[in-house]
Structures are given as structure tokens and as C-alpha cells.
Design a protein around this ligand. Structure first.
Ligand code: IFM
Length: 461
């Protein structure tokens, strides 16, 4: 069978995040995070659940690393729970928390698995939210102290650092829409938060480099290629705006272009920014944000199809709206659209000339569980991954410097405001017994890793 082989140095891994899998929410001196507060607030999480126990990884990390080794993972991307290390956000260090991550990193290295550490995957210490959260510039300064501490402690062993995961989600779902912690609905505050997240990243880069010689340092953004729903100029403008909101608002400043002028104008028009622009951007901030990094982490799940809600009643504009086929959606209701990954990678390569890219998350939520033989035949996830790996291979062949791929997620886990109803894992988790069962997608992924290739034809089992 013809194979599509990946570059020899290509890295295959899987990803998780602290609040979604660890549990042990108040074990051994861990402080409260905004996600503890949010999930403990009635009505915030769809199934009423919390991350108090989640996959109990805090206690089961040893068997989890053994499972990663059995699957043949070459790298494991996980995040550090800031309040486990600094229960109050800064000041007093919780040694037990640091020791947990030291043991985990050592076990990974012993198993031949490269640790890829995300410093911030949304679990801000509650004390820092009480002090103003990301809309406060002081929180960005404190983030650098936290980055300094963690990289001084782990920098000899960890050589891959990601400052933030998906600052768009933190800023806009946390502070504009309020669907995620801390649950605030204030667009003006969200814009300030987005700047402080980027600033914190830029300040942290040299600190991480200093404390972790030879390390690769980057940031992970979630990006969504954006298509207009019809050839209408109104839909084209809606697509421009959404692309600016979700993609360019982060990419442009990270790659030295400052915040996009069209978006500043839109936000001024909507009253979210004052006439003078962005008064919270201080002199030198944009240079800090554009500090060169070693890679960009890209999380890709789907594209966005935009339909304007500002079309005048009487218009001759074409308005054919393609409906997304429900059979082509994951359980999240997200369209399965692998060409979007190829298009996105090509755009990053041509528009931003990024030196190195990793897909730090890609995956799908499907609820398939164990059959009577205890086998999880998650063929839709397997095909999803196959199509996206193939799209990535195509991009590499076209010259995109894609260096690795992390499947989201290693485990079924706490899917934020959706609780445990959504299952993204390649490993099934029984939340009653904490039994882990690698799904068929995981078994197939092991074979992809071992051969460093995908077949030219859709795999069957
Ligand atoms: O579960 C999340 C993850 O925490 C961040 N990226 C998207 C995933 C699926 O929603």
C-alpha cells in the first residue's frame, strides 16, 4: 500500500491540560483556580460536574505515563496548574506542587517521551482574578514571576515551553462571552485582557530562554480559517471581521505588525475602544509581544462560515447559504473540514513566514464507548485524524515547516462548560472506576507513529 511518509524528525504526540485531567483540586496545598470557582458555581457547567476528580491524573500519573509509552507517543503536551505551584498566584511556593511536576517530567524522560509544557491553560489562581484578572496589567507581570519559577525548577529537563494556550479563548470566552471562567461579559475588558495575555507571553520568552538553555519557546493560538457563507459583500465583510477577531488580533502583533487597523476601527465604532485607540498599550509593548519565538503552536478544529446579520432588507446580494451537513459534524457541532487545516497552514507560511509550526491540538469529540467486548470502535475519530494527518502531509509537501502533531486529547476529560458530556480522548476514561481503555483510534495512531506515515487510502480495521 502506498504510504505518505513524514519527515524523519517529525514529532508525534498527544495533549492534555491540568484542570481537564488532574483532579486533586485541593490536594497537597493546591490553591483555588478560577475554574474551581466557576465549576462550583451552580448553573455554569452543563452537566453540573466539576474538575475536582476529572481523570484523577494527579494520583494516576505513573500508570498514565506507562500507557503513553505503550502507545508509542514521542512527546506529551501537558499544562501546569499555576495554583498548584503558587496557591496565592505569587509569593509562597507550594513545594508539593512543584514535586508533582518534577516527578511527572522525570517519568516521561525515563519513558523516552519529550515533555512539552504549557504554562497557562486557563486555570488562573482565583486570588489573581480577585486582583483584577487579565484586564489588570499587574497579572501579566506576575505571570512572568510564575514562568521564572517554573522554568528555574524544570528548565534543565524541559526543553519545549508554551507560554499560553489559546489566548483568544481566555480573553474572549472568559471576559467577553462569559461562557468560560471567570464568566465575565465585558468586551472592553476582554480587549484589555487580550493585550495583557500577549504582553505576558512576550515578557516570559527571554526568561524561559535564560532558565532553560537550548529550549524551544513558543505560544499556542487557536485559529479558524474563515469563509463567507455566500458571495455577498456583507458576508465577505463578516468574514473579514471574524478573521480579525479570532486570527489576526493575535497573529499580527505576534509577528510584528501591531494590532490590525481595521479591527481597531471596528471596535471603536462599536464603542469597545475609545477614540484614541488602545490607551492600555504602553510604549514598547508591541516590541515585547513581537519578541521572536522558536515556533508557533496551532490548535485547529474547524473553519468558520460567516453570514452577516447586517444585510439591508432590500438587497440584490446573492444569499445562498450552504448548510453544514450534520453527518459531517462532531458531537460539539463543529464541521469536519480537513481542507481547512491545509489552507490554514499555507496561509501561516505565506502571510507570516513562520519559522516552525506545531499542531499542538487537533481532534474530535465523539461519544463512542466500549462494546460488549470492551473495544471502543471510534471509526469517526480515526477517519477524522486520518484526513487531518493527510492534510498536514500535503502542507509539508508544499513547503510548510510543520515539525510535529499533538492529538487532542490523550484522554476523555473535563470539557470545560460542557463537563464530561464531550469525549475528545483517544483513550476512553470510565469516570466511575477510572479505568482507561485505548480506543481503536489510539491503536491506529500507534501504528502511524511507528511507521511515521499514513496510508494513501482511508484505513479500515
Ligand atoms: O478541550 C479544549 C482544550 O482545552 C483547548 N482547545 C480546544 C479543546 C476542545 O474544545
Amino acid at each position: 500500500m502506498t504510504q505518505r511518509t513524514f519527515p524523519r524528525s517529525f514529532v508525534w504526540g498527544a495533549a492534555t491540560s491540568s484542570y481537564q485531567i488532574e483532579g486533586g483540586w485541593n490536594a497537597d496545598g493546591r490553591g483555588e483556580s478560577i475554574w474551581d470557582r466557576f465549576s462550583h458555581t451552580p448553573g455554569k457547567i452543563e452537566d453540573g460536574s466539576t474538575g475536582d476528580v476529572a481523570c484523577d491524573h494527579y494520583h494516576r500519573w505513573r500508570e498514565d505515563v506507562a500507557l503513553m509509552q505503550e502507545l508509542g507517543l514521542q512527546a506529551y503536551r501537558f499544562s501546569i496548574a499555576w495554583p498548584r505551584i503558587l496557591p496565592e498566584g505569587c509569593g509562597q511556593v507550594n513545594q508539593a506542587g512543584l514535586d508533582f511536576y518534577k516527578r511527572l517530567v522525570d517519568a516521561l524522560l525515563e519513558a523516552g517521551i519529550t515533555p512539552v509544557v504549557t504554562l497557562y491553560h486557563w486555570d488562573l489562581p482565583q486570588t489573581l482574578e480577585d486582583a483584577g484578572g487579565w484586564p489588570a496589567r499587574s497579572v501579566a507581570e506576575i505571570f512572568v514571576e510564575y514562568a521564572d519559577l517554573v522554568s528555574r525548577e524544570l528548565g534543565d529537563r524541559v526543553k519545549h515551553w508554551i507560554t499560553h494556550n489559546e489566548p483568544w479563548v481566555m480573553a474572549f470566552l472568559g471576559y467577553e462571552k462569559g461562557s468560560k471562567a471567570p464568566g465575565i461579559t465585558d468586551m472592553a475588558a476582554a480587549l484589555v485582557a487580550s493585550h495583557h495575555l500577549l504582553l505576558a507571553h512576550g515578557w516570559a520568552v527571554p526568561v524561559l530562554r535564560q532558565n532553560s538553555p537550548g529550549a524551544e519557546v513558543g505560544i499556542t493560538v487557536n485559529l479558524s480559517p474563515t469563509d463567507p457563507a455566500s458571495p455577498s459583500q456583507y458576508d465577505a465583510d463578516a468574514a473579514r471581521h471574524f478573521d480579525g477577531y479570532m486570527n489576526r488580533w493575535f497573529l499580527d502583533p505576534l509577528y510584528g505588525r501591531g494590532y490590525p487597523a481595521d479591527m481597531i476601527a471596528d471596535y471603536q465604532q462599536d464603542g469597545y475602544l475609545p477614540a484614541e485607540g488602545m490607551p492600555f498599550v504602553q510604549q514598547g509593548d508591541l516590541d515585547v509581544i513581537a519578541t521572536p519565538t522558536d515556533f508557533l503552536g496551532v490548535n485547529y478544529y474547524s473553519r468558520a462560515v460567516l453570514r452577516s446579520d447586517r444585510v439591508p432588507e432590500a438587497t440584490n446580494e446573492p444569499r445562498t447559504i450552504p448548510e453544514s451537513d450534520p453527518a459531517q459534524q462532531t458531537d460539539m457541532g463543529w464541521e469536519v473540514y480537513a481542507p481547512g487545516l491545509y489552507n490554514l497552514l499555507m496561509r501561516l507560511h505565506t502571510d507570516y513566514q513562520i519559522n516552525k509550526l506545531y499542531i499542538t491540538e487537533n481532534g474530535a469529540s465523539y461519544s463512542d464507548g466500549p462494546n460488549e467486548k470492551g473495544v471502543v470502535r471510534d471509526m469517526r475519530r480515526l477517519h477524522f485524524l486520518y484526513d487531518h494527518f493527510t492534510a498536514a502531509h500535503r502542507a509539508i509537501s508544499a513547503g510548510v515547516p510543520l515539525a510535529g502533531y499533538f492529538v487532542w486529547s490523550l484522554f476523555d476529560n473535563f470539557e470545560w462548560e460542557q463537563g464530561y458530556a464531550q469525549r475528545f480522548g483517544i483513550v476512553w476514561v470510565d469516570y466511575t472506576t477510572q479505568q482507561r481503555i485505548p480506543k481503536e483510534s489510539a491503536r491506529w495512531y500507534s501504528r502511524v507513529i511507528a511507521s511515521n506515515a499514513v496510508s494513501a487510502e482511508l484505513p479500515t480495521l
